[in-house]
Design a protein around this ligand. Structure first.
Ligand code: PEP
Length: 271
């Protein structure tokens, strides 16, 4: 079965509620422009082309305080809304954190987990990535589990080893059934926010390697069905080449997701 592409925007710590609503409004207009018949799939998260074929699934992940305004603005469109973090506990003394139950009532359908900025600035580890992933699944929120190597690790020839370690640890203890709701994102850290995109070949090589890891963990069927997104300076100009690679099933987009026309162009490239 073909994997439906997922184009996900990570707004990071950008856009107040008012600014986010304005961006969502622009995005809505841009999405109508690329999907002129206005037909969404069975769920509002799917874009169909003129022939009614499923094309891409679209997601934006604003700061949590901006999510409600964006949810309102995007209601009835083909765009889902997600969060950027989740805590593993149901409740308790975890100042500044949000539980799955809290995220579920906002509501969000996806959550980013283990983004390199969380790993770099907030002490995220492979172990906490795993705990957050399990919490998301427990609350029916789909985790997007991010992995990727630092520049020094790539230069030392450790790309595969780092990505394998992060993937095995992040997904430890999950079942093949749970993997139906998990998305993996390969984001080379040296490419995030730097304008230095991985080449199509570099990205495809790691994606194919990661699919092999998924196969060894969960079997061939699950590995074939799991979506692996590429993230790192994806933009309107380079998206088509990356998204044409056989093992690249979508994008996790930072900077370009803050410009409606650019993000819509990437969605369009996923068709
Ligand atoms: C990201 O934040 O996940 C990301 C890929 O950012 P950018 O597209 O700006 O490199």
């Amino acid at each position: 079965m073909a994997r439906r592409k997922l184009i996900a925007g990570n707004w990071k710590m950008n856009k107040t509620a008012a600014e986010g609503a304005a961006l969502a409004k622009e995005l809505k207009a841009a999405m109508v422009a690329i999907n002129p018949n206005g037909v969404c799939g069975e769920s509002i998260s799917q874009i169909r082309d003129a022939e009614g074929t499923h094309t891409a699934e679209v997601l934006v992940c604003p700061p949590i305080t901006t999510v409600p305004a964006v949810v309102v603005e995007l209601e009835g469109t083909c765009c889902q809304v997600g969060a950027q973090n989740i805590h593993w506990a149901d409740n308790g003394a975890f100042t500044g954190e949000l539980s799955g139950a809290m995220l579920k009532e906002i509501p969000v359908s996806y959550v980013l987990i283990g983004h390199s900025e969380r790993r770099q600035y907030f002490g995220e580890t492979d172990e906490t990535v795993n705990k957050r992933t399990k919490a998301a699944l427990k609350y029916g929120i789909k985790p997007v589990v991010c992995v990727g190597e630092l520049l020094a690790e790539r230069e030392a020839g450790q790309t595969n080893a780092v990505c394998e370690r992060q993937t095995r640890a992040g997904l430890a203890g999950l079942t093949a059934e749970e993997m139906k709701n998990v998305v993996v994102a390969y984001e080379p850290v040296w490419a995030i926010g730097t304008g230095k995109v991985a080449s199509n070949e570099q990205a495809q090589e790691v994606h194919a390697f990661l699919r092999g890891i998924l196969k060894s963990l969960f079997g061939a069927e699950t590995a074939e069905a799991t979506r692996i997104l590429y993230g790192g300076s994806m933009n309107a100009a380079n998206a088509a080449g990356l998204l044409a690679q056989p093992d690249i099933d979508g994008g996790l987009i930072g900077g370009a997701s803050l410009k409606a026309a650019d993000f819509a162009a990437i969605v369009s490239a996923a068709k």
